[in-house]
Design a protein around this ligand. Structure first.
Ligand SMILES: [Ca+2]
Length: 245
């Protein structure tokens, strides 16, 4: 019986996502090639597999640990952006949860979306403070969602000689994910990349993807309830939307 419920849940959720004309990574089948990057105190990047967590309802999400001391959590990155394709005129969405107190070197811990390409030089764009998640204002699962347009982005700090516009990068992204930084006033130098903590903390993400801007955007909880066929309604945590764009 439980297996049938799961099949139904996956089928209904797939239909709900497909009709949006875009793609959402639910992590319900695993981490699916995603990577987690840390910056060691020697400045080098270290890649790790994110930890997959069951939601005990047939699905799951992914987690990265934030340590104190030598390692700063730098980003979650889609290992293969092929399923996402051209992001032009789409709306980005992701659910994020932070357990524990995370720190930065200067100001306020902030979760940002980024997209970039290394073809023709480093061309990276990152979401600005107006649409990004300020961790100190988050309570439990929080949704970051905004239209992928120029008003939502800044150029990656200290990256010279851009050869591609944001529109060109979004049309052919090679590298997308979430990056953990300071707030925009301090986010200008590599020192302020990555979260640290005095003890330990965990960061979780789910439902990372893109929705067509031509269609009404469903509330995250609506998607989840559709996916679960209303069978697990009492168990659903409703993400709070922060900075909805
Ligand atoms: Ca999930």
């Amino acid at each position: 019986m439980l297996r049938n419920i799961r099949v139904l849940a996956v089928a209904v959720l797939s239909a709900a996502v497909a009709c949006q004309g875009a793609y959402i990574e639910t992590f319900d089948e695993g981490a699916n090639g995603w990577r987690t990057y840390y910056i060691k105190n020697n400045g080098s990047l270290n890649s790790c597999d994110p930890i997959w967590i069951s939601d005990n309802a047939g699905g799951g999400y992914i987690k990265a640990c934030v340590s104190n001391g030598a390692w700063r959590l730098y980003d979650f990155e889609a290992g293969d952006v092929t399923p996402y394709g051209d992001l032009t005129e789409l709306t980005f969405t992701v659910d994020v949860k932070v357990c524990g107190e995370v720190l930065t070197d200067g100001g306020r811990p902030t979760v940002r979306f980024y997209a970039g390409t290394r073809t023709g030089g480093n061309n990276y764009y990152v979401s600005n403070d107006s649409v990004s998640l300020s961790v100190n204002e988050m309570t439990g699962w929080t949704t970051m969602r905004f239209a992928l347009e120029s008003s939502a982005f800044v150029q990656w700090p200290n990256q010279a000689a851009y050869t591609k516009t944001l529109a060109e990068v979004l049309a052919h992204p090679e590298d997308i994910g979430l990056v953990f930084t300071d707030d925009q006033d301090h986010f200008y130098h590599n020192r302020f990349l990555g979260f640290n903590t005095k003890k330990c903390a965990n960061i979780y993400i789910d439902n990372f993807g893109f929705i067509s801007g031509d269609n009404p955007i469903p509330e995250p909880a609506t998607l989840v309830l559709l996916g679960l066929g209303l069978l697990f309604k009492p168990l659903i945590r409703r993400p709070r939307v922060q900075n909805a764009g």
